[in-house]
Design a protein around this ligand. Structure first.
Ligand SMILES: Nc1ncnc2c1ncn2[C@@H]1O[C@H](COP(=O)(O)OP(=O)(O)OP(=O)(O)O)[C@@H](O)[C@H]1O
Ligand SMILES: [Mg+2]
Length: 263
């Protein structure tokens, strides 16, 4: 099962990705969580201990690896380098595992657009496509805002694109943009997850503003989320209301993916 999490900046993509990763890991599933944000913070949201956080380095910043695999130093423009470097060993070699969740930090990735034609982007694009082809039990991609970076390859492989939204017009505006972009590339399995919801009115607002996108579930607004961040704890451990909400969402995802597999 492959899930991508998108949405406007700051809506809670990383929070949801971390929660789902831990829910599935605790159910005994084999989870690979991928942080594809230029400033990675999924490890923090998962509550990785400080010594592990220090060890982590995004693939986009591994200059020697990029050089070794592509034949050119990062930052090189022009010149020769391989466009399809070897990447199959990277997910296992460079991920770190904590409480059943394997985490890979990719760093800044421009998958869909033309982006820069440089060694680092050749490595990252190849790696991203490789991740989509792998037979991981559960793959969770924490993307940065928008879906411009979701390329054609994503369409056939992602079982669900989860779009997180707060109950605000701006956030819903981004959802509609993402929906349009997703439609343009033929990605139809899009589901909405409401976050930071404080009452029934806010939930109703989300339902009425984006009726064409199925609302998969909602997560309450809870000040303990920020507290978890300050204390360096996983939201999963520190905020029971969000853990419960994400367990329900995780179950619903499994059932829709199953239905679509059968149909
Ligand atoms: N349900 C919630 N209740 C209260 N605060 C929340 C909730 N979910 C997320 N937050 C807070 O909102 C902020 C953004 O959350 P998060 O980092 O998960 O969003 P993001 O979409 O991944 O952001 P970015 O676009 O920067 O990657 C954080 O400070 C987080 O603590
Ligand atoms: Mg994030």
């Amino acid at each position: 099962m492959k899930l991508a999490v998108a949405g406007k900046g700051g809506v809670g993509k990383t929070t949801l990705a971390a929660l789902l990763a831990q829910v599935y890991a605790d159910k005994g599933r084999d989870v690979l969580a991928v942080d594809a944000d230029p400033s990675p913070c999924l490890a923090g949201a998962l509550g990785f201990p400080p010594d592990m956080l220090e060890e982590l380095c995004p693939i986009s910043e591994m200059d020697d690896l990029i050089h070794e695999r592509t034949g050119a130093k990062p930052g090189t423009v022009g010149g020769f380098f391989t466009l399809n470097p070897r990447v199959d060993d990277i997910p296992d070699r460079f991920s770190v595992k904590h409480r059943g969740v394997r985490l890979l930090e990719m760093g800044s990735v421009d998958i869909g657009g033309l982006g820069c034609i440089c060694p680092e982007s050749a490595l990252l694009k190849t790696l991203f496509n490789h991740l989509l082809f792998r037979k991981d039990d559960v793959l969770i991609l924490d993307m940065y805002a928008g879906v411009e970076h979701l390329g054609r390859a994503t369409v056939d492989f992602v079982d669900a694109l989860l779009v997180v939204a707060e109950p605000t017009r701006r956030s819903v505006g981004t959802v509609k943009q993402i929906k349009k972009l997703a439609n343009d590339i033929g990605l139809n399995q899009m589901r909405l997850v409401g976050n930071k919801i404080l009452n029934k009115d806010e939930e109703a607002f989300l339902r009425s503003e984006a009726p064409e996108i199925g609302l998969l579930g909602i997560m309450p607004g809870d000040s303990a989320v920020q507290e978890a961040d300050r204390l360096g704890l996983a939201v999963y451990d520190h905020v029971p209301s969000l853990r419960k909400a994400s367990e329900e969402i995780a179950e619903r995802i499994v059932s829709i993916v199953k239905i679509e597999d059968n149909g």
